[in-house]
Design a protein around this ligand. Structure first.
Ligand SMILES: [Zn+2]
Length: 225
């Protein structure tokens, strides 16, 4: 069961389209997998729609005539929307399949249209970056082969991990597909994946490795960021 969800603030910013593409994609993918957050997003969307309608229609009027006029306009608006829906059917983006170490994986629709770099490998870790031009914010697909782990590290900025398939655990518990894990500099963790996993990660700064051999691990910090 999914235990880790985006905060209410993040969901609201997602509805308002205020987030960088990478975070927005992560939330879209989570919402696809999580009925609880899908419901929350629907509620926030309805609330925002009501607010913008109130703003658009101005102050409530006393005149019955004017109210009727507004209702008529609404009817016209709704039939216009319904009519245009009949003509323009929404196209669902095609899903992209990627191949990692001989395994084919279907990517969620939210990131299917974003080009990815080739895979780089260090031991049991493979990483492909998503070609998004977001400055310090970098997004990647991270694949961990069965039995693989990421050395213990903390975060200078934030690190978001959305588990797409498989599972991993750290000292805070076990994670399943759909879990949305947002960590900042206060957290230290060492993810280990027994069965292997594929994650979508967003990070706004290089990870800081906390084990004794920091210098040796620097290439991994760059690799993962
Ligand atoms: Zn959720």
């Amino acid at each position: 069961m999914i235990k880790h969800h985006p905060s209410q603030e993040l969901l609201a910013s997602y509805v308002e389209a205020e987030l960088p593409v990478s975070l927005s994609a992560a939330i879209a993918m989570h919402v696809e997998m999580c009925p609880v957050c899908a419901e929350k997003v629907a509620t926030i969307t309805d609330e925002r729609a009501e607010i913008s309608f109130e703003v658009a229609s101005g102050k409530p009027t006393d005149s019955k005539l004017e109210n009727e006029a507004i209702e008529l306009d609404l009817d016209a608006m709704i039939s216009a929307i319904t009519a245009s829906d009949d003509i323009e059917q929404t196209k669902t983006p095609e899903q992209k399949t990627i191949s990692i170490k001989g395994k084919n994986i279907v990517l969620p629709r939210a990131i299917s249209n974003i080009p990815t770099t080739n895979w780089s490998n260090i031991g049991k870790l493979s990483r492909a970056r998503l070609a998004l031009d977001e400055g310090k914010v970098r997004s990647s697909l991270l694949n961990i082969e069965p039995g693989g782990s990421v050395p213990e590290h903390t975060h200078k900025g934030y690190e978001l991990t959305l588990l797409l398939s498989g599972s991993f655990k750290d000292d805070m518990g076990e994670y399943v597909a759909g879990d949305f894990i947002m960590l900042d500099g206060e957290h230290t963790h060492q993810p280990v994946s027994e069965e292997g996993c594929l994650c979508f990660t967003v990070s706004d700064d290089a990870q800081h490795f906390t084990q004794g051999i920091n210098k040796l691990l620097n290439p991994i910090a760059q690799f993962l960021y």
